[in-house]
Design a protein around this ligand. Sequence first.
Ligand SMILES: Cc1ncc(COP(=O)(O)O)c(C=O)c1O
Length: 441
Amino acid sequence: MTGEEIKSTSVQYNMQSWSKQKGINPISVEKAEGIYFWDYEGTRYSDMSSQLVNLNVGFGNKDIADAIKKQVDQYCFVGPSYGAESRATLAKMLIDLMPDNMGKVFFTNAGADANENAIKMARMYTGRNKVFSRYRSYHGSSFGAGNLTGEPRRYALEPGIPGFVKFFDPYIYREPIKFESEEAAGDYYVAKLREQIIYEGSDSVAAIVMETITGSNGIIIPPKNYMPGVRKICDDFGIMMICDEVMTGFGRTGKMFGFENFDVKPDIVSFAKGVTCGYVPLGGCVISKKIAEYFDDNFLSCGLTYSGHPLGCAAGVACVNFYEKANILENVNKVGAVLKSRLEEFRDKYACVGDVRAIGLFSAIELVKDKTTKEALVPYGKDPEGIMGKILGLLKQRQFMTYTHENMVFICPPLIITEEQLLEELVKVDEVLAIIDKEFL
Ligand SMILES: Cc1ncc(COP(=O)(O)O)c(C=O)c1O
């Protein structure tokens, strides 16, 4: 097929996620390597979002491809109840990466079903039904994960599941209260959450689910004392702390897992994306030893045909080994520091940049109409004039590929990016921000 044929056939037959179907104009990708991909006309694009913040190792990783091929030659599939070397190996590797309280892994196909199973296990283990999650969150699009999700992508599922309660995020930039310090902010959010848990009936709350650092809803990095404060609430009331590490896991924030930035041990960790970088879909949840022991004698009412798919697990083993071999955390921290400081320069230079937030290679630029009032460039949940689409178009004209959400532009490149590559790409962002200041405010 030619690039044009692929595009027209896709548009005619393939439904695209989170979109009106009319007017879609996908790039047909012919080849891809490292942080770049090419269309059928030979134009090179830079992947500055790691696709959907999952392609941490970039395109064309030979170690992962070889591991998949080897697994194909052995067998592609045996059911979850059989022993498969790649499945057993990856489960052990993940437990070895986790804090010492963690015990076992339940594998899923992706992130949404990781969260589905995480909350099911928390409910079975505690015998309680309520689940807390935050407004500015995305946890997946299936029914349970979609109800955990707090942002507008949940609306299509409503009225939602009874007992799914939302609480406010530690989103200091948009908080009307002016705090004396980050610590004071952390204390405030934790105290409000404690109050809300009590009002909801603390004995009925099974789990608090959080993206450790909020991803798609704006790289919201909590104050240092926030997660330990939530941990204490969980301990005080017997609630399971579930960290959704689907985006933040596997090096994205400069630590192997996002929660390591806050010195807490979760009860359940959901993961997907970076475990295989999409070379084969895979997700799962890691549960504490205590929860694992509970299911020694109690029926685990969870199951998937493809739980721990051998191909996915083979990709996962190679991928996790690659992170270590490539010293990926060192690169994330080194290049991440450059990213953060360039973004801070943009915040000082441009009227349209209200805030920038970055940790590791996980970053967002929050666009505003007015820096003083912080009025967002587009209203929450709406963009009637398609402004963010136009901004993406300006970046795309420069072959800088990423995505936006609300009034934010994300820069989350593959973790293998070099400083030189990053600086080259940020020149394009600089140009586009100058245009926004001139034409969009
Ligand atoms: C934090 C988080 N959790 C869950 C999901 C859902 O993962 P999946 O799309 O693999 O189902 C995503 C997807 O972007 C995510 O960012």
